[in-house]
Design a protein around this ligand. Structure first.
Ligand SMILES: [Zn+2]
Length: 215
């Protein structure tokens, strides 16, 4: 844990132009204008916020985990990390982080993976992929499940072992910790506040998150 980097923000919630609490298991899709700062607060701790970003002008250009990892030669996201698009340009830059590390390898839960990983009857449990699809349909610009690419799991702890293995571990986040990023261009954020009950990504207890924007 000592290697984790904590950077606090100077911004005050009272000055935010947008302030929304997203319930456990719910979805959210919202435009963030170039220059705005976006904060996600893990209100009660150990909650995974599965997040996708799109270029607001062209959903064909979206957050790319591959480009983000490769260009910075780093597997984890924290302060200073630039979130690259599949078009090779920066969508947002992380400017503050009191959690210290975020995952972009573990992927989002789906009914199919719940069934394969956990049990046959888990297929009917609500999953992030369903939330992504529902929110995209509501957005109504023609985006479909083909536009759901690899996501970020804010506040989720998926350490890579020296042998290259992935493990889903207890969170390193706790109540009130947050991550903040500045949009480098107009982007659309799509969040599934993960409803997962079968692994420790939410400490077996999905909880709300708070979403704020500053101009
Ligand atoms: Zn999930």
């Amino acid at each position: 844990m000592s290697s984790l980097n904590y950077t606090e923000s100077e911004l005050h919630a009272a000055r935010a132009v947008y302030d929304h609490t997203l319930g456990a298991g719910d979805g959210w899709m919202h435009e963030i204008k170039a220059g705005q700062t976006f904060r996600i607060v893990d209100l009660e701790g150990n909650q995974a916020a599965d997040t996708l970003f799109y270029d607001a002008r062209d959903f064909g250009h979206r957050y790319s985990a591959q480009d983000t990892i490769r260009r910075q030669a780093c597997l984890y996201l924290t302060t200073g990390t630039r979130l690259y698009s599949s078009g090779g340009y920066v969508l947002l830059t992380i400017t503050a982080d009191t959690c210290g590390r975020h995952d972009t390898l573990g992927g989002a839960c789906a009914t199919e993976s719940n069934q394969v990983r956990y049990a046959l009857d888990k297929r009917w449990m609500h999953a992030c992929r369903d939330t992504f699809m529902l929110q995209l349909q509501k957005w109504g610009n023609g985006a479909t499940k083909a536009d759901i690419a690899h996501n970020i799991n804010f506040f989720m702890n998926v350490p890579v072992t020296p042998e290259g293995g992935l493990s889903f571990e207890d969170g390193v986040s706790s109540g009130g910790r947050y991550v903040e990023m500045q949009a480098e261009r107009d982007v659309v954020a799509l969040i599934s506040n993960c409803p997962q009950l079968n692994n420790p990504c939410n400490a077996w207890n999905p909880t709300p998150i708070r979403l704020l924007l500053w101009n």
